[in-house]
Ligand binder design. Structure first.
Ligand code: LLP
Length: 432
C-alpha cells in the first residue's frame, strides 16, 4: 500500500520498494496498486503495458513541489510515453509538455494541454509543424540552428504572426548512459555553440516576427551525476549575464530533461536535489526554470506483461519481443523481470527472448528466474521509451496498454489486430 500522507519530494522516490512505484507482491502475487496483474492478463491478454496512475502522479509531484526560490514549470517529455490518457493525468497533475513533432502536438492538444505550457523541441521542424505550433499559440519553439531560425521567421512572417523562440545552446558536456542518447557534446547534432547562440539572440531581437522568450539546453538521458547538469547550468548563467549586458530580458531558462532512474540498483539523483542545484546556480535570477523530464516521471510507472510460450534449453521464449520493447536490443539495456506469481521452483539462469527472427531479439540475458510454459512475467521500469518505441516488425500487432487507478483498471490502448496491420496498404485489388 502506498502512503500519500507521508509523501515528501525529498523521499527517495525512484527506488524500487513498496512505497515508490506501486508494483508489489501480495501473498506471492504481483499487483499494480490494488489490482492483481493476473486479473489484467485474463481480461486484456499479453503482451500488455500496464501503468500505475499513482506512480505517475507521485513522480510529477516530486518535481513540481521541489521548487523553492524559483518559479518552475515541468514540461513532461512526451516522447517517453505519449498515450493520451497518461498525458491527461500529467496535465491534471500540473505538467506542461515538451514535444518534438506535429504528431506529439496533436496528442497534447487532444489531451487538453495548456498551449502556454507547450515547448516544441527538435532539430528538424518542418514548415507545417512550425505553422501548427504558431496557430496553437505555444509557449516556445526551441531553436537548434540558424537555418531553423530563418525558417521560423519566414513562416511567422507569412502568417503575419510573432513566433516565440528559445535558443538551444550546446554546452559541450559529455553526459548520458549510452552513446546514442548523449546530446550535449559539440559533435552531437543538437543545439548551437555559445557564439552562434549570441548571434541568434541578436537575430531575434532584430526581427518583427520573432520574440526571444528563453534559453534552453538538454545534455542527454539517463544521467546519474549532478556535475554535468551543473556544468551546463553554469554556462547558461554566463549566457544570461551576457544578455543582461545587451539589455535583453527573457522569460525562462529551460534545462531540458535527462535525470536517470534505477534500472540495476544504481544510485539516483532525486528531482529536489537537481532543482536545488539549479536554484543555487541561478540564485537571484527572475527567469522561470523549465525542466523537461521524461524517463524520471514515467519509467517506474510502467511494466510490460508477457507470457512464456516455451522453455527451450536456457531460453524462455515469451510472446513479447523486441518490437514491443526495443531498449534491450538497441541499447543493451537491462530491465528486471519478475514472475507475476512467485513459486518455489528452482530458479535457473535463462535468456528471455521473443519470437522475432533475430538473435538480437531479447528482453533479458542471463537472469535468474523460475518460470515455465504459460507463466506470466513482468518486465519492469518500461514506462519510458517502452510502448512509444514499439513497432510492427515481423507483422506483430502492437501490445495493449492498461492504466491502473487504485482498485480499477482501464484499457487505454486496444491491442492492434491483423486488419490494422494492412489497413493503410493499397493495391490489394490487383490494380498494380
Ligand atoms: N528534452 C529533450 C530535448 C530530449 O531530447 C529528451 C530526450 C528529453 C527532454 C527527455 O529526456 P529524459 O528525461 O527522458 O532523459 N530512447 C532512449 C532515450 C532517448 C531520449 C531522447 N531525448 C532510451 O530508451 O533510453
Amino acid at each position: 500500500m502506498w502512503n500519500e500522507g507521508t509523501y515528501s519530494p525529498r523521499d527517495n522516490f525512484f527506488n524500487i520498494n513498496p512505497v515508490m512505484d506501486h508494483f508489489n507482491y501480495k501473498k506471492g502475487k504481483l499487483f499494480a496498486e490494488e489490482v492483481s496483474i493476473e486479473e489484467i492478463a485474463n481480461k486484456f491478454g499479453t503482451p500488455s503495458y500496464i501503468y500505475s496512475k499513482a506512480t505517475l502522479e507521485r513522480h510529477a509531484k516530486a518535481y513540481i513541489d521541489s521548487f523553492q526560490s524559483m518559479k518552475g514549470l515541468i514540461c513532461f517529455s512526451v516522447k517517453a510515453l505519449s498515450n493520451i490518457s497518461i498525458l491527461k493525468i500529467l496535465k491534471k497533475a500540473g505538467c506542461g509538455f515538451d514535444i518534438v513533432s506535429g504528431g506529439e502536438l496533436h496528442r497534447v492538444i487532444l489531451a487538453g494541454a495548456d498551449p502556454k505550457k507547450i515547448i516544441f523541441s527538435g532539430v528538424g521542424k518542418s514548415r507545417a509543424e512550425m505553422a501548427a505550433g504558431i496557430n496553437h499559440n505555444i509557449l516556445s519553439f526551441n531553436i537548434e540552428s540558424e537555418p531553423e531560425l530563418d525558417r521560423l521567421k519566414s513562416v511567422a512572417r507569412e502568417m503575419n504572426k510573432i513566433a516565440p523562440v528559445a535558443i538551444r545552446f550546446n554546452p559541450n558536456v559529455d553526459a548520458g548512459a549510452h552513446e546514442f542518447t548523449k546530446t550535449g557534446r559539440k559533435s552531437d547534432k543538437f543545439g548551437v555553440s555559445i557564439e552562434t547562440a549570441k548571434n541568434l539572440v541578436k537575430e531575434c531581437n532584430d526581427s518583427d516576427n520573432l520574440n526571444l522568450v528563453g534559453l534552453t539546453c538538454h545534455i542527454g538521458s539517463q544521467i546519474m551525476e549532478l556535475e554535468s547538469f551543473e556544468d551546463a547550468a553554469s554556462q547558461a548563467l554566463d549566457l544570461l549575464i551576457e544578455l543582461d549586458k545587451l539589455n535583453i530580458n527573457i522569460d525562462f531558462i529551460d534545462m531540458g530533461g535527462g535525470l536517470g532512474v534505477n534500472y540495476i540498483g544504481e544510485e539516483t539523483i532525486q528531482p529536489f536535489e537537481l532543482i536545488q542545484s539549479y536554484e543555487k546556480i541561478f540564485k537571484g535570477r527572475d527567469e522561470i526554470l523549465i525542466l523537461e523530464p521524461g524517463r524520471s516521471i514515467s519509467a517506474n510507472a510502467g511494466i510490460m506483461l508477457a507470457k512464456v510460450e516455451y522453455k527451450k534449453d536456457d531460453f524462455l521464449i515469451t510472446d513479447a519481443a523486441m518490437n514491443d520493447l526495443l531498449r534491450p536490443a538497441l541499447y543493451d539495456a537491462h530491465h528486471d523481470i519478475w514472475p507475476v506469481e512467485k513459486n518455489d521452483n528452482l530458479a535457473s539462469n535463462v535468456n528471455v527472448v521473443g519470437p522475432i527472427c533475430e538473435t538480437g531479439d531479447f528482453l533479458a540475458k542471463d537472469i535468474n528466474i523460475a518460470a515455465s510454459e504459460n507463466d506470466l512475467l513482468a518486465v519492469r521500469t518500461v514506462g519510458a521509451y517502452g510502448s512509444v518505441m514499439s513497432s510492427n516488425y515481423n507483422s506483430r500487432p502492437r501490445a495493449a496498454e492498461v492504466l491502473v487507478d487504485r482498485k480499477n483498471f482501464y484499457l487505454i490502448r486496444k491491442r492492434e489486430d491483423h486488419s490494422i496491420l494492412t489497413s493503410l496498404e493499397e493495391g490489394l485489388d490487383d490494380q498494380i
